[in-house]
Design a binder for this molecule. Structure first.
Ligand code: ZN
Length: 199
């Protein structure tokens, strides 16, 4: 990219580091941004900086939030006896969109993947077990993706929790194999939740 001046190349370089953004898209975005009013670009930059600075894990469920306790955990009306385990905050959002799940969540921030060197200690699993020791929970619903990693994680969690006597269930396989939860429509998600089976 030597035909662009250094600052333009830097901008394109940073943008092309984003997931799903190839070098062509990065160039398109860079020139789009450079042609926008300065205030608009300043606003984008400050939203980015502030979100990165203030967003952290919820102290209870580990979802990403800008509050100490996220709105779901803070909501008195939620059923505290059910915890749905998901891989990331986007999966949580997908289930929230259905509007039909009233329990709490636990966000793992990943899945076990021996191939990628991601072990149980690399996701928020210890934190889940600590929660189960402290709180009075009836059921843990495992809603990890139906990929190899998601299934491996589900099996692992089930083995850990079973001895505690807490019911462990897995969402039904209406969710396509290898499917990312967030890309699945709400009806399919609901069906998967309602058709969950005990492990
Ligand atoms: Zn929370």
């Amino acid at each position: 990219m030597e035909y662009y001046s250094k600052q333009i190349s830097n901008l394109i370089g940073e943008l092309s580091n984003l997931p799903g953004i190839g070098s062509k898209s990065a160039q398109r975005l860079a020139f789009y941004l450079l042609n926008r009013p300065k205030e608009e670009v300043d606003r984008l930059a400050s939203v980015l900086t502030e979100a990165r600075q203030n967003v952290h894990y919820c102290k209870e469920c580990y979802t990403l939030t800008d509050q100490e306790i996220c709105p779901i955990c803070a909501n008195e009306k939620r059923d505290r006896k059910k915890i749905m385990v998901v891989e990331d905050t986007r999966d949580l959002a997908a289930y929230e969109k259905t509007g039909k799940y009233e329990g709490l969540y636990h966000v793992l921030h990943g899945a076990i993947s021996p191939m990628q060197g991601i072990g149980p200690g690399d996701i928020k699993l210890k934190e889940l077990l600590q929660r189960l020791q402290k709180e009075d929970v009836d059921e843990v619903i495992i809603a990890t993706n139906s990929s190899l990693e998601g299934e491996t994680t589900a099996m692992y969690i089930s083995k850990l929790i079973k001895p505690t006597g807490i019911k462990v269930s897995r969402i039904a396989s209406g969710v396509p194999v290898g499917g990312d939860l967030e890309n699945i429509d709400e009806v399919t998600l609901l069906r998967a939740l309602e058709g969950r089976t005990e492990l």
